[in-house]
Design a protein around this ligand. Structure first.
Ligand code: NAP
Ligand code: ZN
Length: 351
């Protein structure tokens, strides 16, 4: 028997999010049912709702930074029981057969299922995300939240955390390495915290002079204002790794100039053709690389959560009621959030 659930949905690219009732499937043997306590607000939620990437079907119930408590488990579930505190990120399913899935890189499975704005593998219905009371997820895609972490602050780890942790690990951020982060928003502030905890020397590139003091508190050793040519010139040939979190098209050539020989810039924000185009000369003459990265698989996401548990790392959050979600989107588009909005779903239960 399916369960009726309340949430908030967008019904078109230019309408506000409004209350929306829908059904969650009844539990398959390997399913876990979760009462959602907190859900982070990612800029990807805005991209989906506004159809920035095209092809969206509505209604969309966004939300892929989910923390909550297990309320029921299917008969074959072994890793979770009623009462456990768990998380769900951007994925709720994948084929489990392909090379990517077999290498714990479910995010690159061609047949994976996004937490929202996708089609359920079991019954072809649309998936709805964490701006809602409850979710039902296959056990393999459920993560354990380490004890002692603030739950609202832990929610953004499920996307902002893993999206920055994974490239930092893959490109060996650590002692002796110079890491820079472009953009101080949800992803950017987690990148600063994680890179610092890994032992790297950390620099923030920001277009916003007002964020310098916060950046230092979050872990930045240095701050470079990206609109100031003199400051940009002072870090030529410096960084081993740059994580670029800017959501929209921008000129990445000035950042490539700040990479050291054989350094890598990893794009995690903007999707699409870069304009102006990228100059290949620094790649050829100085062995620099341009790369991209998408969240990560379940194994590394659990590793990231455990790392945050050991280091007491969570996101800096502004907790909001779900009724304030449209205002939160408006503020995020102005870069006015410190540094992640997180919805307290209690506000929906009281509605
Ligand atoms: P956010 O909280 O809105 O932060 C974005 C930051 O980028 C801003 O705070 C701002 O920092 C900087 N920025 C520079 N130019 C901007 C512009 N024209 N408009 C807005 N911000 C600009 O966003 P987020 O949640 O961190 O997400 C960042 C991007 O990553 C989004 O595109 C999102 O879809 C994407 N994302 C990717 C993955 C993945 O797996 N690859 C996962 C999650 C999200 P300053 O003011 O400091 O310059
Ligand atoms: Zn996200």
């Amino acid at each position: 028997m399916s369960t009726s659930v309340r949430g908030y949905a967008a019904h078109s690219a230019d309408s506000e999010l409004v209350p929306f009732a829908f059904k969650r499937r009844d539990l398959f043997p390997d399913d876990v049912e979760i009462d959602i306590y907190f859900c982070g607000v990612c800029h990807s939620d805005i991209h989906h709702v506004k159809n920035d990437w095209g092809g969206e079907e509505y209604p969309i119930v966004p939300g892929h930074e989910i923390v909550g408590r297990v309320t029921r488990v299917g008969s074959s579930v072994t890793r979770y029981k009623q009462g456990d505190m768990v998380g769900v990120g951007c994925l709720v399913d994948s084929c489990q057969q392909c090379r990517s899935c077999k290498h714990n890189l479910e995010q690159y499975c061609n047949d994976n299922t996004l937490t929202y704005a996708d089609l359920d593998r079991h019954d072809g219905t649309r998936t709805y995300g964490g701006y809602s009371e409850k979710i039902v997820v296959t056990e393999h895609f459920v993560l354990r939240i380490p004890e002692g972490l603030d739950l609202a602050g832990a929610a953004p780890l499920l996307c902002a955390g893993i999206t920055t942790y994974s490239p930092l690990r893959r490109w060996n951020a650590g002692p002796g390495k110079k890491v820079a982060v472009v953009g101080l928003g949800g992803l950017g502030h987690m990148a600063l915290k994680l890179a610092k905890a890994m032992g790297a020397e950390v620099t923030l590139f920001s277009r916003s002079p007002g964020k310098e003091e916060d950046a230092r508190k979050l872990g930045a050793d240095y701050v470079v204002i990206s609109t100031d040519d003199r400051q940009m010139g002072s870090v030529t040939d410096t960084f081993d790794l740059i994580i670029d979190t800017v959501p929209y098209n921008h000129d990445i050539n000035p950042y490539i100039s700040t990479l050291s020989v054989a350094g890598t810039i990893v794009l995690v924000g903007y999707l699409g053709p870069l304009d102006p185009t990228v100059d290949s000369a620094p790649m050829v003459f100085r062995g620099k690389s341009l790369a991209g990265s998408l969240i990560c698989g379940l194994l590394e996401t659990q590793e990231m959560l455990d790392f945050c548990g050991e280091h007491g790392l969570v996101s800096d959050v502004e907790i909001i009621a779900i009724q304030d979600i449209n205002e939160a989107y408006f503020r995020m588009l102005k870069g006015d959030v410190k540094y992640r909005f997180v919805i307290d779903l209690e506000s929906l239960r009281k509605q």
